[in-house]
Design a protein around this ligand. Sequence first.
Ligand SMILES: Nc1ncnc2c1ncn2[C@@H]1O[C@H](COP(=O)(O)OP(=O)(O)OP(=O)(O)O)[C@@H](O)[C@H]1O
Length: 302
Amino acid sequence: MLFDLDNIHKHYGDFHALKGVTLRVPEGSVGLLGPNGAGKSTLIKALLGLLDFSSGSASVLGCRLPDEALKVRQLVGYMPENDCYLPYMTAVQYVSFGGELAGMPRAEAFRRAHEVLYYVGLGEARYRQLSGFSTGMKQRVKLAQAIVQGPKLVFLDEPTNGLDPKGRDEMLELIEDVKSRGVNVVLSSHLLPDVERVCESVIMLNQGEVIFQGAIDELKSGGEAMIEIETKDKNEALKAVLEAEGIRAIVEGLRLKVYLPEGHERTKVLELAVQNDIQIRHFVPGELTLENAFLGLLEANA
Ligand SMILES: Nc1ncnc2c1ncn2[C@@H]1O[C@H](COP(=O)(O)OP(=O)(O)OP(=O)(O)O)[C@@H](O)[C@H]1O
């Protein structure tokens, strides 16, 4: 079990950031999704023992929090979203310092820092100061410090932020390689294709509450089918007709994406179009992406 949370609440003063989060998450790779301010970083920090939660109980990899927070830090790596280093440090100093904070003896942390810097492709740059690193190099060095102690689980908070397509692809390849070495991954990202590539399951938070936990396929199917439709200048009109029948539709460019709830036949859409004198030019089953499913679930929980 990666983590087992029972009714976790977190208040920042008067603000209720986590509202009774209960989760049992099995081993594997999990995406942590949610709009800005949903509570993802708060949850990650609470699970790392970096932040006290206001009430509830939690264990990570079988270690109870907060009592065994030190043990959690040895078993769990953390790649934060923000840059968090002293700019004059060299890469090797920074990564070995991360190892020491995770409980490694200094000499071992230093030796491992060299290894992981080569692993993330920064071997040549390991004695350079971090202040001169590009965004791509900074993301790699943050990954290196997250894995330096050989964790069983890593929390990766927006690891592809600011990367160009090639850098992003390389970072995702690295994460996939880390995974293939038996490390469990919790990936928090706004880039849903990244989550889809790396993770088998997702946790979705909205306003401090869990609104979905389960396999990505389950979230994507969600009992709905999607159809892409184009009408002769009447997308908005058809959207209104469908919504009056309880069928969700989103206008995207020239197309209308229609989400048919379970039990509704596609012909229902055609019938409604004919009844309302709306001419259809294009009607094909669409691919239900994680992004669509995510937006649909948020709308349903608005
Ligand atoms: N130290 C703090 N003091 C007060 N409020 C805070 C603090 N940290 C976070 N919050 C608030 O708690 C809520 C959840 O923040 P959190 O950073 O966990 O969200 P998030 O899902 O990670 O968002 P993002 O995707 O933007 O990083 C936000 O409304 C935020 O303003």
